[in-house]
Design a binder for this molecule. Sequence first.
Ligand code: SAM
Length: 259
Amino acid sequence: MSDRDAQQGGGTAAAGVIYLVATPLGNLEDITLRALRILGEVSLIACEDTRRTGRLLQHFQISKPLVSCHDHNEARRATELAERAAGGESIALVSDAGTPLIADPGFRVVRAAIDRGVRVVPVPGPSAAVAALSVSGLPSHDFAFKGFLPAKSARRRAAIRSLEQSDSSTVFYEAPHRILAAVTDTCELLGGSRRIAIARELTKLHEEVLRGPAACVLEALSDRPSQKGEFVLVIGPRDDSGTAGSRNSRAAPPPPPAA
Ligand code: SAM
């Protein structure tokens, strides 16, 4: 196995590397073959919750030393992990679900590694934002991911109001106890005809996508006694009439030069 193969991800986990390994959002079949190989080969796995990652690894019969790396200790852990990698260890960083760093810890680790000249390698896989956008039926060629909507009403409303003139789709994560308020605000601030999508429990048993004008989605949600599960809210651009049904993954070719 050449160094090049290892660099391309075809060989054993390389020494002195931090791998950012995506894990399933719910359906364990979504783990990639490469993720399994890397998790099986590294010397250490840094994870948000050692019990949760321990269960995932146990399912795949992988046994590795685990260290926690979460919102409350990442600043300290970042230096430690980067220095261990600089000293030759191969380390995988995972979050509880999906892609590390995407509304999850890991940024400080990556920055500390880069600062020390440590190689950082992505092992891509599921992420709720991309999965939700892909099934939303909203334009996907130009989108923004904004992480969690602010919890406080005034800031949430300001975030939503800022999309009034947006030409992009915008993806938010939202907690179940605030999703109704977020959709209510969307209706009120952007109008009931603004197209949105709500993706709930993606890849899980109760997976569901609600799509349509915000007023209709709000009506469907309001009919329920409570909102359960994990949610992604996608708010479409102010006008997607020109892109509906098109292959909107490619920009239109430039016009021919004037004669
Ligand atoms: N790093 C993860 C990723 O790549 O998607 C996101 C972690 S963030 C802490 C957790 C949030 O992601 C949830 O509150 C929810 O908004 C969204 N999410 C995670 N799993 C989901 C799922 N199966 N269905 C819908 N949304 C999900």
